[in-house]
Design a binder for this molecule. Structure first.
Ligand code: COA
Length: 174
């Protein structure tokens, strides 16, 4: 893929469910250590089920990164709803397809999600990242997400490997 391929960032809709399903399953298959969800569970759901799972209540959204019209990356955002935690939001499902990496797609997707969180009045935007996941940690460093803790043994894979996760927050209160 050349670096001039046109990039588009937009909110995914139920009509994108097929492409979203394929991207999400690829993410879970290729990087089981980076996500809590399992590929097998996702594969058991068809596109219609994925469409039903897509956020319906703004500001929650899945941002899609398209390269030359093809879905190549995604970032999910949701707002915590109960009154006592309503100042917080979370990022989930950050993924860019291997062939599309290193051209700023994840950065732009994250910036779109952060802008949405800010508009929604979120004051602390939270995420978790694998302690050994250097590319993702660099991305979050660049965006100002500060580590505030480590969860040991956060994920256990079926092969017995265990992964620690770093908890990070972006302060949007200023
Ligand atoms: C982490 C991940 C989302 C980053 O995606 P990405 O689209 O490659 O990220 P970006 O392009 O925005 O930034 C990555 C690098 O490309 C560089 N870059 C950005 N724009 C560029 C451009 N136009 N040309 C060349 N390089 C560029 C950035 O400087 C950055 O370099 P660095 O990592 O050496 O600092 C991706 O590697 C991924 O999906 N990994 C597997 C799943 C995963 O770990 N998800 C996170 C779960 S918490």
């Amino acid at each position: 893929m050349g670096s001039r391929v046109e990039q588009e960032i937009r909110v995914l809709e139920p009509g994108d469910a097929e492409a979203f399903r394929a991207l999400r399953i690829e993410a879970l298959r290729c990087h089981p250590e980076a996500f809590g969800a399992s590929a097998a569970d996702a594969e058991a759901l068809d596109a219609a089920a994925f469409a039903r799972m897509m956020p319906r209540q703004p500001p929650d959204a899945i941002f899609g990164g398209l390269l030359g019209g093809e879905l190549a990356g995604m970032v999910g955002f949701f707002l915590h709803r109960p009154p006592k935690v309503r100042h917080k939001g979370a990022i989930w499902g950050v993924y860019v397809r291997q062939a599309a990496r290193g051209r700023g797609l994840a950065l732009r997707l994250m910036q779109a999600a952060i802008a949405r969180a800010r508009e929604a009045g979120v004051q602390r935007l939270l995420l978790t990242v694998g302690h050994a996941n250097a590319p993702a940690r660099r991305l979050y460093d660049r965006l100002g997400f500060h580590p505030y803790g480590i969860e040991r043994d956060a994920l256990r894979l079926p092969d017995g490997r265990s992964f620690d996760e770093e908890l990070r927050a972006l302060d949007l209160s200023g």
